[in-house]
Every structure is written in structure tokens, then in C-alpha cells.
Design a binder for this molecule. Structure first.
Ligand code: GLU
Length: 385
């Protein structure tokens, strides 16, 4: 945890940001299965204050399930997946209509974007989302984003909106992530009400993380901290703060130390590598020998067929795969230039053998260095920095 002076400096730099993602949890938006109009009113006012200060704002808003389950006839937050999906179809349009009216009164339009894991995995859809969001921001509209809960099953989901908000920070090229929740931040000592004001990238927080969750929210503090650490990997600071406090957004951007702030990491990946790194699902694994491991890690080499010892999974060209060394550690992820079957046939062969073994060649590399991101424990390192 760093000293106050450094914190003040960090907060001042926040005062210069131009684009921020504000994530609002279900616990703020709804209570007892009913959407809280006063909370939406207050948030709209807060977001307007930020915009008046020159900051473009995107919102990631939870509460589709929390604000819809009563209308579905459930007396309490449902646990059945299909009931949650159905509740979300109701809650989502209600949320949007309330936000539309709260912002409408202030002469601002809102837009809805519902996304799932697939939209992030597919680079064309990912870029399409980026362009759409940038256009909305350019035209002064407030994008309001949620997971596409009604359609995505658990397999296809990002899962929690804290994570989704971190991804949206990347997709929208925002410079700050603010997570508003029902708690005031990460507590050093919950009983004494002491908040940890600043967290550095490598600080261990496990012992400070309460595992309590609200009944309708998904993530709890663990998800918030993991989202904050993800954003910090691409150089974006995150603030976790109490979303029930009025005027909080402007105070944060004015540089007041509020809640818990996660410092941005200094290890910035370029935009394409960020996209490779952020997806949490790989489609398969390529095992490599010690020589290939060394060449990739120490020399920033591409992955060539000669160093490959095994291929696990059935994946197409362009899929993201893990690269595992002979000690069983995944030390990198990357996008393949050949499909699994082709790589299996080429494994152990020299790059001069493509024509003889496959009968054709697209490129020499199985994974080009530009499509490869190194991972070291908790960190992701760019190969050619
Ligand atoms: N997408 C869910 C909803 O709007 C909430 C997910 C979460 O709480 O993280 O109901």
C-alpha cells in the first residue's frame, strides 16, 4: 500500500481522464425485486456531473434479474437458471426505460448493448462493439451495457458484471473503471470500518476479501478485486466505492480519495494483445519442449512446429490456445495460424517441411509473436516490449 502523497498524485491524474466506465451493482439498483427509481435518478445526476466535467461515461448496469423476478411471480431471487433468464427479460427493459426517462429529463439519450463471452471472443464482433460504443460516445449518448442474461447459458457467459465492466473498459478504450457497490471498498478491518485506500498491482488482498454477496448480485468482493486487477493489467486504474453515496462520481474525478483505488499496472499491452489476453477461455493447449519455451520467453520468438511436443483439443485457425512447457506450466497464450489437426501433423517437424508434410503452407509460424502474450503467474507480459 503506498503513501498518501503518491495517492494524491494518482488521484490528480484521475482528474485528467476523458472516458470512464461506471459499473453499478444489483444491490444499488434494486431491492426486494423492485427497481429503485431514486437510485437511478441519483446516478443519472451523478453521471451528468461527470459529463459536464468533460468525461465521457459508459455504464455497466446490473439488476435485470433483481428488478424482474417479482414480475415473473417469484417471491424471492430465483436460483433456477431459466427463471433468472426469464426474470432478466423483464428487468432489462424496465431498467432501460427508467434510465431513458432519468437521462431524457436531462436531454441525454441512452443506448442499450447486451453482450456475452462470444462477442468478446470473436474479434470482429469485439471490434464492432468498440466502433459502436465510440460512435455513441462521440454523439453524446450514454451507453448502458449488461450481459445478455436472457439468452446466454452459463457456458457462454462472462458471468459477473464486474468482469464484464473490466472488459468494457478495454473494449471502449476507457481510462478509469469505477465499481459502485453496496460496500465502501475493500476493508482492512471491517469491524472498525477501515478501508484500504490504495492497492498496488502485486498486493495480496485475499485475507481482506469478504465472501459475502448480495442475494441477487453474482460476484461479491472477490469478483470486484479480480476485475480491478484485470483492468490494472492494461494500465487502467479502478476504484471500488459505495454506490449509495450521492455526488460520489464527481468527488472521485475531482481527486478525493474515496473507496479503494487499484493502481494501474505499468505493463501496458498493445490493443491486439490486450484482446488476446483478456479472454479467459482457451480452446486447446499446445505443449512445447524446453528449447521452444526458452526461445519464446527469452528471445521473444514465434512458436514454430519443431518445438511442439503435443496438441490437445480440436480448434480451428485463429483460436486462442494455451502454450504449456514441459513442467506443465501455461506460460503464454496465443492465436494459432493453423488448425489443431494441421499442427498435430507438423509437430516436431522443421518449418521447411510444411510442403512435404501438409502439402501447403500459409506461414512459417504456428503462432506468430504478434499473436502471442506471455503470462507469468498473476501477470501477463508482452513478448516484444
Ligand atoms: N447481469 C446480471 C443482471 O443484470 C447481474 C450480474 C452481476 O450481478 O454481476 O441481473
Amino acid at each position: 500500500m503506498v503513501e498518501t502523497l503518491a495517492l494524491e498524485k494518482q488521484m490528480r491524474s484521475i482528474g485528467k481522464i476523458r472516458r470512464a466506465v461506471v459499473k453499478v451493482g444489483s444491490g444499488i439498483i434494486a431491492g426486494d425485486g423492485v427497481i429503485r427509481l431514486d437510485a437511478i435518478e441519483r446516478l443519472a445526476g451523478d453521471v451528468m456531473a461527470l459529463r459536464d466535467g468533460g468525461v465521457q461515461v459508459l455504464m455497466v448496469v446490473s439488476g435485470a434479474v433483481a428488478g424482474g423476478y417479482r414480475d415473473l411471480g417469484c417471491p424471492k431471487p430465483p436460483t433456477l437458471v431459466v427463471e433468472r433468464q426469464a426474470a432478466a427479460t423483464i428487468g432489462q427493459y424496465k431498467l432501460m426505460s427508467h434510465f431513458a426517462s432519468a437521462f431524457g429529463k436531462r436531454n441525454v439519450n441512452v443506448a442499450q448493448l447486451l453482450m456475452t463471452e462470444d462477442d468478446i471472443e470473436n474479434r470482429r464482433r469485439f471490434l464492432s462493439a468498440r466502433h459502436t460504443l465510440h460512435m455513441l460516445l462521440e454523439r453524446g449518448v450514454v451507453p448502458i451495457i449488461n450481459e445478455n442474461d436472457p439468452l446466454a447459458d452459463d457456458e457462454a457467459k462472462v458471468g459477473d458484471n464486474d468482469h464484464l465492466a473490466a472488459l468494457i473498459t478495454n473494449i471502449s478504450t476507457s481510462e478509469l473503471l469505477i465499481i459502485l457497490s453496496s460496500v465502501a471498498g475493500v476493508y482492512r478491518d471491517q469491524e472498525k470500518g477501515e478501508i484500504i485506500h490504495e492497492v498496488a498491482v502485486n498486493d495480496r488482498l485475499v485475507e481482506h476479501i469478504s465472501t459475502n454477496k448480495t442475494a441477487t448480485g453474482v460476484g461479491g468482493m472477490t469478483a470486484k478485486v479480480s476485475a480491478a486487477k484485470l483492468a490494472s493489467r492494461w494500465g487502467v486504474p479502478t476504484i471500488i466505492a459505495d454506490g449509495n453515496t450521492p455526488g460520489l462520481l464527481s468527488r472521485i474525478v475531482a481527486g478525493e480519495p474515496i473507496g479503494t483505488m487499484f493502481q494501474p499496472g505499468s505493463n501496458r499491452l498493445n490493443s491486439r494483445k490486450r484482446w488476446i489476453a483478456i479472454r479467459h477461455k482457451s480452446r486447446g493447449t499446445i505443449h512445447v519442449d524446453a528449447g521452444a519455451h526458452k526461445a519464446i520467453v527469452e528471445r521473444g520468438a514465434s512458436l514454430l512446429p519443431a518445438g511442439i511436443t503435443n496438441v490437445v483439443g480440436d480448434f480451428p485457425i485463429g483460436a486462442r490456445v494455451n502454450i504449456e512447457n514441459s513442467d506443465g506450466q501455461v506460460f503464454a497464450v496465443g492465436l494459432v495460424s493453423y488448425a489443431a489437426g494441421e499442427i498435430k501433423r507438423m509437430q516436431g517437424h522443421n518449418k521447411a517441411d510444411y510442403e512435404t508434410v501438409l502439402g501447403y503452407k500459409y506461414v512459417d509460424e504456428i503462432i506468430d509473436r504478434d499473436d502471442l502474450v506471455l503470462m507469468t503467474g498473476d501477470e501477463i507480459k508482452e513478448i516484444d516490449s
